[in-house]
Every structure is written in structure tokens, then in C-alpha cells.
Design a protein around this ligand. Sequence first.
Ligand code: RP5
Length: 165
Amino acid sequence: MAGTTAPVAIIMGSQSDWQTMRFAAETLDALAIPHDDRIVSAHRTPDRLVAFAKSARDVGYKVIIAGAGGAAHLPGMAAAMTPLPVLGVPVESKALSGQDSLLSIVQMPGGIPVGTLAIGKPGAINAALLAAAILALNDPALAERLDAWRAAQTEKVQERPSNDV
Ligand code: RP5
């Protein structure tokens, strides 16, 4: 696999996951963090997953965000094949509202961690923010952008509720 200048890879099990994972991409965009977005299915494209995960560190990625739904093996399988931090986003499934995705991703046996976020859009946003926080440890300019992003979020919260919003 060719080298990358993007520190974050966003992988997802299906095109249908993009409706959720695009919120991770948008959040990284807001922080000017380059990302590489890929469909990598643990079930339908297992060879693609192996090639991606085994080469991820050498290619130059620093953090992997992995979203999947249902029997969501993708984050755990990726984590099994790379030492990079893997942040798992449980995509909301139709049958079980993402409870299945959450339990599939969160219940990793001791030894292979996946940092598991909330189900759906909030999890995708927070995965991006956690990736940013990890990268900011060694990137003072990014740390400033993350501080500014959080300050802007705080600024938006009114002191009192309004009928006009
Ligand atoms: C999982 O199955 C994917 O991550 C997706 O959330 C779910 C459904 O996939 P599609 O049938 O929409 O392709 O592997």
C-alpha cells in the first residue's frame, strides 16, 4: 500500500456506514486534520482488511477510526493486526438499533484494545475528537486548534433556554 500524508484513516464496513462516519470526517475537516476514508469490510473484503491493517503503521497512519454495524468485527480485527490506536464507532443497525454493534465492538478480550465510542453520530464525532487529542500530544498547532474548537462549542451554549431556536 502506498504511503499516506493523512494521519487518520477512517475505515467502515460498508458504503451504508458513511452516513454515520461522515460526521467523523467533517469533524476532522473542521480541525484541518487530513484523513483517508475507506470501505474495508471484515466480512466481505477480508483480504482488503488484512492488507490495510498490517501495513497501516508503515504507511504512516497514526490513528484508525473504524465504524461498523451489526456483527461489527471490523474495529477488533483491525486492532488485532496493528499496534496503532483503534477507535471503534458502533453504527446504528436497523434490527437492534446499534446495541449489537456496540456490544460487538466494546467487549474486546484483555490484550487487544479498541477505544469504543457511543452509537452513531455522537460516536463518530467523538472518535474524531479523540483522534485529534491523541495527535495533539505531539502537535502544538493542532492542540491550539482543538482548544479553539472546544472554546467555540462552549461559546455557543446560551445561559438560558429560548423559544426562538
Ligand atoms: C456491516 O454490516 C457494516 O458495517 C454495516 O453497518 C452493516 C450493513 O451493511 P450493508 O448491508 O448496508 O452493506 O458489515
